[in-house]
Write a protein that binds this ligand. Structure first.
Ligand code: ZN
Length: 336
């Protein structure tokens, strides 16, 4: 992974100017992914707290639209290699962790849990019509959306994950969220914790818009770059998720992007799932640069900390959500 380390004293000289010819900009110069305006560093010395990927990363903020992004943005080839090496769903099945997880998601306990803790993947929404789960992974969401009344289809880049979902009987299209063309338009497209991974989020939204019926809805969930937990946990905030999270959205920057991409009636809510609080806590306690954090897959520690967070921290979580500083943004927008 190519690194760019910029000292504060050097920041002025490394800011990209929007009026410079595009050809003169190298990877060391920063321009916003969305509006191409200049950036400034907003977080540094970030490291991967999950898989043990070597190196440190930086996040920079656009001076115009306030979008934050990893800088430098990994090239498509680098991203391909990183996903292949560390993030690829390899068909993990039959371990105690996955058995417990599968049981939990299909049980009444999960329904009760999302009622109490908040529903970050729209799993509690009943409805009808055609729904596409874009980035459906191994199809856990597809089962739930189908139970809720929708005619579901999935879109997935990873063939191993898509195969698992197909084995369960679902239609899953193999492809990218930027260049997918549906045979028939959808009433709902879900991007649940997907958009922040995209190297070109506007291209994803334009593609989704093209695959929606007139008046169709887009449901997005993603981390909130203005979360109060970012300050509390610092470099251990689980939603930095470098180098896989490319963009870090606030309610404002995401709204602006959606309107630019041809959506209207943008409704935003905030949640702070205790799973994310728990993962930030585990990262803070156990993450070491360059070492895989095995405690993130410890079901007993995870469950213990989730229950603790839910029942001890609930006033702080509630207040964070009410003041616009929740950990997760939930957005519903309509195709204009
Ligand atoms: Zn911008």
């Amino acid at each position: 992974m190519q690194q760019v380390v910029v000292k504060a004293s050097e920041r002025e000289s490394t800011r990209a100017r929007a009026d410079e010819p595009a050809g003169s900009r190298g990877r060391e110069e920063a321009a916003c992914l969305l509006c191409k305006e200049a950036l400034e560093k907003s977080a540094g010395e970030l490291f991967d707290t999950r898989f043990g990927i070597e190196g440190t990363y930086e996040v920079w903020r656009c001076l115009d639209c306030s979008l934050e992004q990893i800088f430098p943005v990994p090239t498509p080839a680098e991203l391909g290699r990183l996903y292949e090496s560390y993030y690829n769903f390899g068909g993990e099945q039959g371990t105690s962790y996955t058995r417990l997880r599968e049981w939990f998601f299909s049980s009444w306990l999960y329904r009760m849990w999302i009622f109490l803790d908040g529903d970050i993947s729209f799993h509690g929404r009943k409805g009808a019509g055609r729904l596409l789960d874009a980035g459906c992974n191994e199809g856990r969401g597809l089962k739930i959306y189908a139970c809720n009344g929708f005619q579901v289809e999935g879109l997935e880049l990873n063939p191993t994950a898509a195969a698992v979902a197909r084995e369960a009987g679902f239609t899953v299209h193999l492809g990218d969220t930027t260049d997918f063309t549906a045979s028939a338009a959808y009433d709902v497209v879900v991007l649940s914790n997907v958009l922040e991974h995209a190297p070109d989020p506007k291209k994803v939204l334009l593609n989704v818009r093209g695959n929606l019926k007139p008046g169709g809805q887009l449901w997005i969930s993603c981390p909130n770059s203005r979360s109060w937990l970012r300050k509390v946990f610092g470099r251990s905030w689980i939603n930095w998720h470098v180098p896989f999270h490319i963009s870090h959205f606030s309610a404002q920057s995401l709204r602006r992007l959606l309107i630019d991409a041809g959506f209207r009636n943008v409704e935003t809510r905030q949640l702070t799932p205790t799973l994310w609080v728990t993962q930030s806590s585990i990262a803070w306690l156990f993450a070491r640069q360059g070492r895989k954090n095995r405690q993130l897959r410890n079901p007993f520690l995870t469950l213990f900390l989730m229950v603790l967070a839910r029942f001890v921290l609930f006033p702080a979580l509630w207040l964070g959500n009410r003041s616009g500083r929740g950990d997760c943004l939930l957005v519903v927008a309509t195709k204009a």
